[in-house]
Design a binder for this molecule. Structure first.
Ligand code: 13P
Ligand code: SF4
Length: 306
């Protein structure tokens, strides 16, 4: 690790009363200098409670935008504005409005991987860590539109027994982890436990490949692997998570289903860009107050569950 670069970041962070929040898919060296590393739910909670004046978000745009919505009086910076999300980009506010026009009694459940405009039109937000719990608590008599990830939506349907209208969006990284790769990795490590993110496209098929598969968020994987008796895990998600899994369970072995499951948006954030971000106060993430006020209600409901 570049000590000089890290030293400068840590000094500036102190000077500016800043906090660095990083998602578990970030580069190893970025995770190592962060004040908090976690999944979307943990990061949103951390952003909501911090006393820091500046939040540097080492993650993708919708995550930084979520932090900005929850902290209208703070400066939220993303070190690279190009760090987007292929899944969030599949749906626009107009698509949600059109469903609401056709279903005036309906409820819109938005995965946190959505723009502020989509969140503003939603009744409640969810993350992969609490989607099942949130949907279980919704009015049984109202139709639900679940956006934008169809595989997470299908997982929630199976768990809750609730039929929903699903937006047919997917993440290119998780949709690229298929049954064939999983089968091959599981046969190489027959005794391993199988941890899989619900955005993976094999969703239902993998349950038949390994009936005791643990379908969980990235943070769920970190927690479960620490307490499990298993010594080996096959992991189906973006490979950045391996750094934390290995760090918290140094005596266990983790095998990614697909080494090339890399989110190029997450990896756009580098130590150099984090330093630049603190030096130049760039790039500010701002959400117009009318959109932010509406989106905040859905986000606060999300943070309260799970
Ligand atoms: P988590 O909610 O598990 O952090 O996942 C976020 C994400 O972007 C998955 O691709
Ligand atoms: Fe978006 Fe997929 Fe990257 Fe997660 S892994 S940030 S869902 S593109």
């Amino acid at each position: 690790m570049n000590k000089d670069l890290v030293g400068q970041i840590l000094d500036l962070k102190r000077e500016r009363n800043a906090i660095i929040l990083a998602h578990s898919y970030q580069r190893d060296e970025v995770q190592d200098i962060a004040d908090f590393v976690g999944d979307s739910l943990g990061l949103s909670r951390e952003a909501a409670k911090t006393d820091a004046e500046v939040i540097v978000f080492a993650g993708v745009h919708f995550m930084a935008e979520t932090a900005a919505i929850l902290n209208p009086d703070k400066t939220v910076l993303i070190p690279d504005v190009e760090a987007g999300c292929s899944l969030a980009d599949t749906i626009k506010a107009a698509d949600v409005q059109s469903w609401k026009d056709d279903n005036p009694d309906g409820l819109v459940v938005a995965y946190v991987n959505t723009s502020a405009e989509v969140k503003a039109l939603s009744d409640v937000c969810v993350t992969s860590a609490n989607a099942v719990e949130v949907v279980s608590g919704l009015d049984q008599n109202r139709p639900i539109f679940f956006v934008p990830d169809m595989f997470l939506g299908a997982h929630v349907e199976r768990k809750t027994g609730r039929k929903m209208h699903l937006w047919l969006g997917e993440c290119h990284v998780h949709a690229g982890i298929g049954e064939r790769e999983i089968n091959s990795k599981l046969s190489e490590h027959a005794d391993a436990e199988f941890l899989i993110h619900p955005e993976c496209s094999c969703g239902s098929a993998c349950l038949y490949l390994k009936p005791d598969a643990k379908i969980m968020s990235t943070e769920g994987m970190v927690r479960h692997s620490q307490t499990s008796d298993s010594k080996e895990f096959v992991v189906a998600t973006e490979v950045g998570i391996l750094h934390r899994l290995q760090r918290y369970s140094p005596n266990k072995n983790f095998f990614p289903v697909k080494e090339s499951a890399v989110c190029e948006y997450m990896k756009m954030i580098t130590l150099e860009k984090i330093l630049d971000s603190l030096v130049k106060n760039q790039f500010k993430v701002e959400v117009s107050p009318d959109i932010a006020d509406k989106a905040r209600r859905s986000l606060e409901s999300m943070i309260a569950v799970g």
